[in-house]
Design a binder for this molecule. Structure first.
Ligand code: SF4
Length: 74
């Protein structure tokens, strides 16, 4: 299992590094959340409003490989 989950207040994002195409849509789209120079490289701690969560959903939706996926919180 190579998919890893990152949990925020509003939503959960998962990432599978084995299928990432390094297209950079994520880091260009939302650098405060997706930053490959940082560990963990996905940080949802600043995503506290529904509007911010929608932006994360939008950027994750642009990931061409589906390495990034939204796992909605229950
Ligand atoms: S947008 Fe998807 S494929 Fe592109 S770098 Fe980010 S995770 Fe990888």
């Amino acid at each position: 299992m190579t998919r890893k989950s990152y949990t925020g207040e509003q939503l959960v994002v998962s990432f599978d590094g084995t299928i990432c195409e390094h297209a950079g849509e994520c880091v260009r789209g939302l650098p405060q959340v997706f930053d490959t120079k940082r560990r963990p490289w996905i940080d949802l701690s600043e995503i506290t409003t529904e509007e911010q969560a929608d932006k994360v959903r939008e950027v994750v939706g642009r990931c061409p490989s589906h390495a990034l996926l939204i796992e909605e919180k229950q």
